[in-house]
Design a protein around this ligand. Structure first.
Ligand code: SF4
Length: 499
C-alpha cells in the first residue's frame, strides 16, 4: 500500500486527480482519500492540516491499530519550489523547534535531486511514522507541477531497486571533517555516490527501525571522527593468545560480508558502514599505551578491514604505522581475499609485527550462513599466498558452527577443510591456529534473533554460560574433534582453543 500524507489539499490535488482517489465520507476527523495505483495496490492519502501538532496527531490517529506490511511505502509530500526535475527527495529533515536532524533511509537509486528540509510537518511525520514503519519505508518529497506520474513510476520500482545490490549508494559525512584531505579523497573515490552532510554519525547510525536485510544488501557509508575512548581492552569472548596486554580498536564499524552468526548485528542498530577518518588519533593512542607496556592489538574485529581495503587503504596505513614499533603486535583478521595491491605492498614492507589471521569455514557453513564471503578454496589461496610472501599467518577455525545436518557430516566437513588446507600449506609455515565454538552475549543473541527471525543457525537451542549463549556440550564435542584433527598436523603449542 502507498500512504500519502500532505498538510494541505492543494499540495495533494495532483495525486488525488492522477489516481482518481475518492474521499472517504465516513472519516470524521481528517480528509482521507482512497483508491488504487496502476498495479491495483491500495492508495490512501491523508490531509492532516498544517503545523506540527496537527501533522503528528493525524499520522498517529491514522496509524494506530493498523498493521504495516513490509512492502508499504509512506510518502510525505509538500509543494516544492519549481525545479527542472520537478521533484526533490529530502535526505535530511531539520526540526527547527527541537534543533534535531532526521535522516530517513534513501532509496539507493532514484532519478530525483536530494535536498534538506525544514518543514515542520515533515519533522512531525518522521517522528510519528518511525513508531510504525521502518526507515526505508518513508519518503519525503517536495513536489513541483505535473509530477504525480513520475513520482508514481519511482514508487512502482521502489522495492525492485531495494532488492538489488548498490553498496555505498549514499555517503553520510560529518560536516566537521568536510575539509580533511582523506575525506575528500574518499568522496572522490566514491564518485557515483550521493553525499549527505551530517552533524554526527550517530544521528544516522543510531536511528531506530533500520532494516538489517536491506542495509546488508546496500549499505551506506558514514565518514566520521572517532572521539572518546579509542582503544578497548579485549573482550572475554575473544582469544588473547597468551598476551597479557590484549586490546582492540575499531577504526571501522560493520562489514561488507553478511554472516548470520555475526555479533555485530546484536551490537549495532545499523548495518551501514562507519569509517573513522582520524586514524592518526588512534595511532597516537596506541603510542601512549606502548609507553607503558607491550600491546597486542586486534584491529579488524568489528569489521573486515581487508574486504574494504580497495576503498580505504587502512590495512596499508596500519602496516606502515606498525613497522619498527617495538612491543606492538597487531592482528588483522579477515575472511576476504587479499587484493593484489595489498599482497604486493606486504611483500615490499616489513610486516614483522603483523599477524594476518584468516578465518576458515567449510563451504557447507559458508553457503548456509556466511553470505557474500569467498569460498574456502579462495581463502586457502589467500593463506598460501600470504605464507609464500613470508607473512605471519594465523588460521582461525572460529567460530565453529554446528550446521543443519547430521553431526557426522558436520565433522566431516571440518576434517576435509583441514586436509585441504594442509595439502596446500606446509603446517610449519603457519604462525599458529585458533579454534573456538560459537558464543555470543545473551542480550546480543536476543537482538540478532529479532533481526533474523528466519535464521536456522540463530534458532538453535543454545546453552547459557556466564551471560553468553553457546552450543554447550555439542559445541565442546565439535571443538574436541577439530582440535584432534589439527593435532595430527601441528604441535599443541601452536593450537589455541578458546575456553
Ligand atoms: S566477516 Fe566477520 S565482521 Fe564480517 S559479517 Fe562475517 S563475522 Fe561479521
Amino acid at each position: 500500500m502507498w500512504r500519502f500524507f500532505s498538510a494541505e489539499y492543494n499540495s495533494a490535488r495532483e495525486i488525488i486527480d492522477f489516481y482518481n482517489l475518492k474521499k472517504n465520507m465516513t472519516e470524521p476527523h481528517f480528509q482521507v482519500f482512497t483508491g488504487k495505483n496502476k498495479k491495483e495496490e491500495d492508495v490512501e492519502l491523508i490531509i492532516t492540516g498544517t503545523g506540527q501538532v496537527k501533522a503528528a496527531m493525524a499520522a498517529g490517529y491514522i496509524m494506530s491499530g493498523r498493521s504495516v506490511d513490509e512492502r508499504d511505502i509512506f510518502i510525505c509530500v509538500e509543494e516544492g519550489m519549481e525545479h527542472k526535475e520537478g521533484c526533490m527527495l529530502c535526505s535530511e529533515i531539520y526540526d527547527t523547534s527541537s534543533g534535531r536532524y532526521y535522516y530517513p533511509d534513501m532509496c539507493p537509486v532514484h532519478p530525483f535531486v536530494e535536498t534538506s528540509s525544514e518543514s515542520m510537518e515533515f519533522a512531525a511525520w518522521y517522528e510519528t511514522l518511525t513508531c510504525f514503519a521502518m526507515q526505508h519505508q518513508l519518503v519525503f518529497a517536495k513536489l513541483g507541477k505535473n509530477m504525480a506520474e513520475r513520482l508514481g513510476g519511482f514508487l512502482e520500482s521502489f522495492y525492485d531497486v531495494y532488492e538489488q545490490r548498490h553498496p555505498f549508494h549514499h555517503v553520510y559525512a560529518e560536516r566537521d571533517i568536510k575539509d580533511e584531505k582523506n575525506v575528500q579523497e574518499l568522496i572522490t573515490k566514491l564518485g557515483g555516490s550521493r553525499v549527505v552532510w551530517i552533524n554526527h554519525y550517530k544521528d544516522v547510525f543510531n536511528r531506530k527501525k533500520q532494516s538489517l536485510k536491506l542495509q546488508k544488501l546496500s549499505p551506506a557509508i558514514i565518514l566520521a571522527k572517532k572521539t572518546g575512548q579509542l582503544i578497548y581492552p579485549g573482550s572475554k569472548e575473544c582469544q588473547s593468545f597468551g598476551n597479557s596486554f590484549f586490546y582492540y580498536t575499531s577504526s571501522m564499524m560493520n562489514c561488507l560480508f553478511d554472516c548470520e552468526y555475526c555479533y555485530l548485528q546484536g551490537m549495532y542498530p545499523s548495518a551501514d558502514i562507519v569509517l573513522f577518518t582520524n586514524l592518526d588519533d588512534i595511532f597516537a593512542a596506541v603510542d601512549e599505551l606502548l609507553m607503558e607496556h607491550p600491546v597486542y592489538l586486534c584491529i579488524s574485529y568489528d569489521t573486515d578491514m581487508v574486504a574494504l581495503e580497495t576503498l580505504t587503504c587502512y590495512c596499508r596505513r596500519w602496516i606502515e604505522y606498525a613497522a619498527g614499533r617495538d612491543g606492538l603486535t597487531i592482528e588483522l583478521r579477515t575472511k576476504a581475499k587479499m587484493t593484489e595491491q595489498l599482497a604486493d605492498y606486504c611483500r615490499e614492507k616489513v610486516c614483522e609485527n603483523i599477524i594476518f589471521a584468516f578465518t576458515l569455514t567449510p563451504d557447507m557453513v559458508k553457503l548456509s550462513c556466511e553470505h557474500n564471503t569467498p569460498p574456502a578454496n579462495a581463502r586457502i589461496t589467500a593463506i598460501e599466498s600470504a605464507v609464500n610472501s613470508g607473512l605471519k599467518v594465523r588460521v582461525c577455525f572460529d567460530p565453529l558452527i554446528i550446521a543443519d545436518c547430521p553431526d557426522e557430516e558436520n565433522r566431516q566437513s571440518y576434517s576435509e577443510l583441514i586436509r585441504e588446507l594442509f595439502d596446500r600449506v606446509e603446517p610449519r609455515s603457519l604462525y599458529d591456529v585458533s579454534l573456538g565454538e560459537f558464543r555470543v552475549p545473551c542480550d546480543y543473541l536476543k537482538r540478532m534473533r529479532k533481526k533474523r527471525p528466519e535464521s536456522k543457525l540463530l534458532a538453535y537451542p543454545f546453552t547459557k554460560e556466564n551471560d553468553s549463549f553457546c552450543y554447550g556440550r555439542e559445541g565442546q564435542l565439535l571443538a574436541d574433534y577439530v582440535e584432534n584433527e589439527l593435532r595430527s598436523y601441528l604441535p599443541a603449542e601452536k593450537i589455541y582453543r578458546w575456553r
